[in-house]
Design a protein around this ligand. Structure first.
Ligand SMILES: CC(C)(COP(=O)(O)OP(=O)(O)OC[C@H]1O[C@@H](n2cnc3c(N)ncnc32)[C@H](O)[C@@H]1OP(=O)(O)O)[C@@H](O)C(=O)NCCC(=O)NCCS
Length: 237
């Protein structure tokens, strides 16, 4: 699903390679996501938490046509899912995130997880998706999910995953990249440091519901037109 560029290392973490996502990666990605965003008191079972995360991975992939994995000999250490309009390899279905919620519900039910707490989760997600739809500027690329294993953070893997995505977006003619994050569970500062500007904030139903604490959603955007020193081509060899 991604560029298929030859593997390239990051500045600080040795032996990291990048490859396209494969369906068998879902459990490893879900584990990284669960570790990055541990559920609050509302979800009290590890099994439920992981099932929910696997469903969320599939949901996020449904909106993506770029999906890249960073791996080392120990396995998946990071990933980025995103959408690039006009990306030549795979086009993302022209559906809105809201219309993918039934698919998310289906993936939960297929796992026989009919717990009503999951329905509350999906309702919060629907509200957040609606707010995102109202608050996100029209963009031709979006980062859907970016996570690096906590044991490997600060080594440049997140930047490399993002730079590879931004280069592909630029090559596809994208002019504006957007990303949704939150101020409670996510490392939103990463985007500010990489030249994204904050364009909207709102009460974040899904993060508040999931964490059990009040959270704000943040929409960031980055203009890709013109020379942008934070998007270097150094990793494309
Ligand atoms: C955001 C994330 C993907 C970055 O991955 P990474 O491999 O650590 O990224 P890099 O090593 O390339 O760069 C990290 C940079 O972000 C900064 N950063 C990351 N988290 C930060 C935080 N909470 N506060 C301040 N700065 C932060 C680091 O200081 C570093 O900046 P520098 O290069 O100027 O020193 C990783 O922290 C992560 O997976 N976080 C949990 C999930 C998440 O929040 N994803 C993004 C929001 S959806």
């Amino acid at each position: 699903m991604s560029s298929g560029d030859p593997p390239s290392g990051t500045g600080h973490t040795p032996n990291v390679s990048f490859r396209s996502y494969r369906p068998g990666d879902i459990p490893a990605c879900a584990r990284l996501a669960r570790d990055a965003w541990p559920a609050g008191p509302i979800i009290d079972s590890r099994e439920l938490e992981l099932a929910g995360m696997e469903g969320y991975m599939e949901y996020s992939l449904g909106a993506s046509n770029w999906a890249e994995i960073a791996s080392t000999s120990e396995g998946v250490v990071g990933f980025l899912f995103g959408r690039i309009d006009n990306y030549s390899e795979v086009s993302v279905p022209k559906t809105q995130s809201l219309s993918e919620i039934p698919a998310l519900l289906k993936s939960f039910f297929e796992r026989r997880q009919t717990d009503p707490r999951l329905l509350a989760f999906v309702w919060s997600l629907a509200l957040t998706e609606l707010k995102l739809k109202l608050n996100t500027p029209k963009s031709d690329a979006a980062i859907e999910m970016l996570i690096v294993d906590s044991r490997h953070r600060g080594g440049g893997i997140g930047s490399a995953l993002m730079e590879r995505f931004l280069i592909a977006a630029k090559d596809a003619g994208s002019s504006l990249v957007t990303v949704y994050t939150d101020d409670l569970m996510s490392d939103w500062q990463f985007y500010e440091k990489r030249g994204f500007r904050r364009v909207a904030t709102f009460h974040d139903n899904i993060t508040s519901h999931y964490s059990g604490s009040k959270a704000r959603g943040i929409v960031f955007a980055k203009n890709l037109e013109g020379r942008d020193p934070s998007v270097s081509r150094r990793i494309r060899r």
